[in-house]
Write a protein that binds this ligand. Sequence first.
Ligand code: FES
Ligand code: FES
Length: 171
Amino acid sequence: MSSPSNPAGSGFVPIQLVVNGQVRSGACEPRKLLVDFLREDLGLSGTHVGCEHGICGACTILIDGFAGRACTHLAVQAEGCELQTVEGLAEGGRLHPLQEAFRKHHGLQCGFCTPGMLMTALDFLRTHPSPSEEEVREAMSAVICRCTGYQGIIAAVMEVASDMAEAAAVR
Ligand code: FES
Ligand code: FES
């Protein structure tokens, strides 16, 4: 028998996971990509789809705290996982410092790569709180940007890293 959470009646698998701090659930075919589940089933279209082959990085999100390509995971593999998408960055109407820095340094033009860039930078700064510019360049090369030439992106990430280091120093 079909139900709202199992619309086809068969072949759909129930999924429950936490996205941006909220428990979300749905049901989809086992072959459905995680990025499509986020966008189509959960309405979180901030995560973009580019190559669908793990190359461009546009679909990068945090999966259990680590950056991952949502196009190379199946939605069913995220069962029980904790995800963060670009929608989870701003808090209480305030942009995340990375978002502010990207805006300030013109780290985006068309914005297609930006969600993946932001989530990649978030994961990178968590593990590299005091990076060199070379390390930032290498990390951000994980996401392809066809517009900006990367200069503003690198400047934005470097600025946030520097702010984090200053904040840690006065603690
Ligand atoms: S859409 Fe996932 S890496 Fe390109
Ligand atoms: S801002 Fe257009 S692809 Fe990066």
